[in-house]
Write a new protein. Structure first.
Length: 374
């Protein structure tokens, strides 16, 4: 087996943060997961079964109750084996080596710094370009016919926890540094486009009559209708999904599905054009390939080697079956007899064969003379 193939088959799940390594990061990660779950729940609630609850109580449920419940469930599931009696012979899990404060929480601090750069940079560029002449992008016919759907504002807001998920999920230092540079590059490219080619969008008049329209009004007030091309929402969520997909297939696919919903939501709440979404996806995939192309090529290399091994085994089986089918008649019977004789001979005890006396052949001296002969 190729040694390079063995190295490339290393489990990427070893790069994921665990409860024993850093419990604070674990709790914060599942708090963000709880925020996503609560936004999805209230999207369904507003769309299909509106509850007669005050806006404050719904907001509190989104930000506190559902995320905290998610954290408690994750902790209970993680420690379920600790509550069961275990034999004394079972080895105890290894305790992580002691670390200082900065070494232990460096990646979390970097996550907060990246989030601050993202938010501060966006609003700073929006403030600078507020007095400039903005541009509009061409729209498709069906895009103009799409009605405003305020319930999708909850899907739109999931970008904020999604942005931070990889920073709290992955602890492998080299890969952590790699996707951090990818994040910074995507943001810098988008900020340059916003600065030199600001794009604005016309929003419809919003009438507050439900919890979703109330939340959408807050979004409209905080996020001005320019700096749309490319969509930084879609770019950041797609980059987070590709990063998580690199280390965990199921969670990465779920994040990709959420990214598709976020892309639809940006159009349905009239925050972005369709071209904004397409440009953001192309930009993210390009930068992701530039930074992580070696891993992509290594993955292709592994798949090619596996396909080569599978093809070689299949060809050998086909050759063996064709050769065996071509051996028909007495020759086939004779080969079977030879194979059976070899098997029988290999099953006999060589010591018994050595101790068993050899039959006396014609011309041999008498056995007593053979035994007395030195």
């Amino acid at each position: 087996m190729d040694t390079r193939l063995k190295v490339l088959r290393e489990r990427r799940t070893d790069w994921i943060i665990t409860w024993q390594q850093n419990r604070v990061r674990w709790i914060l990660f599942y708090y963000l997961v709880g925020l996503i779950v609560s936004c999805l729940f209230f999207f369904l609630e507003e769309a299909f079964f509106p509850l007669s609850i005050g806006y404050f109580h719904k907001s509190f449920a989104i930000l506190v109750w559902i995320p905290c419940a998610t954290v408690l469930v994750s902790v209970a599931v993680t420690n379920r084996n600790r509550l069961l009696p275990t034999p004394d012979s079972d080895p105890r899990p290894e305790e992580p080596a002691p670390q200082d404060f900065f070494e232990r929480y460096a990646q979390m601090l970097l996550a907060l710094l990246m989030f601050g750069i993202w938010a501060a940079g966006y609003y700073l560029i929006a403030f600078i370009t507020e007095a400039q002449t903005t541009h509009t992008l061409p729209t498709l016919a069906w895009e103009r016919e799409v009605p405003l759907t305020p319930e999708f504002v909850f899907i739109y807001l999931t970008i904020y926890p999604t942005f931070l998920l990889p920073f709290l999920f992955i602890h492998q230092k080299d890969f952590f540094r790699l996707f951090s540079f990818a994040y910074i590059t995507v943001m810098c490219v988008c900020y340059l486009v916003y600065l030199f080619y600001p794009v604005s969008i016309d929003r419809p008049e919003l009438v507050v009559h439900s919890f979703s329209t109330w939340v959408l009004g807050i979004v409209y007030g905080a996020d001005r209708p320019w700096n749309c091309f490319p969509s930084l929402h879609v770019a950041m969520s797609l980059l987070a999904a590709l990063t998580i997909l690199e280390v965990h297939r199921i969670r990465g696919m779920l994040t990709l599905l959420l990214t598709c919903w976020i892309a639809f939501s940006t159009v349905l709440i009239k925050q972005h054009y369709v071209l904004d979404v397409v440009a953001a996806m192309l930009l993210t995939v390009t930068i992701y390939f530039v930074y992580i192309r070696r891993r992509i090529l290594n993955t292709l290399y592994v798949n090619i080697l596996r396909a080569e091994e599978t093809l070689e085994k299949w060809i050998n089986r086909k050759i063996d079956s064709r050769v065996w089918e071509s051996l028909d008649g007495p020759l086939k019977t004779r080969i079977r007899e030879m194979v059976q004789a070899m098997i029988d001979q290999s099953l006999t005890d060589p010591k018994e064969d050595r101790d068993r006396p050899r039959p006396v052949a014609e011309g041999d001296p008498p056995r007593d003379i053979q035994e007395d002969k030195p």
